[in-house]
Design a protein around this ligand. Structure first.
Ligand code: FES
Length: 74
């Protein structure tokens, strides 16, 4: 992996961590800048979507395989 690579890493019971600069474009066209490391909500409970605000801890988000929120495919 070179220095310009962008990675996305789902964390255990937490957000997706993106390493590398990206632009997030909202449905209304607003461009949201990110930092070198950005946490994106995947529990659905953040009050700052698309970013993680730590709410996953409050709601007990469970992303482990076999857990209630584990994506089992279409
Ligand atoms: S994953 Fe952190 S608030 Fe949703």
């Amino acid at each position: 992996m070179d220095e310009t690579s962008i990675t996305l890493t789902p964390t255990d019971r937490g957000p997706n961590i993106v390493k590398g600069r990206i632009q997030v474009i909202t449905p209304s066209g607003q461009v949201l800048e990110t930092k070198d490391v950005t946490a994106f909500c995947r529990c659905g409970h953040s009050n700052d979507k698309p970013f993680c605000d730590g709410s996953h801890k409050r709601v007990g988000f469970d992303s482990v395989e076999g857990g209630p929120d584990f994506h089992k495919g279409p």
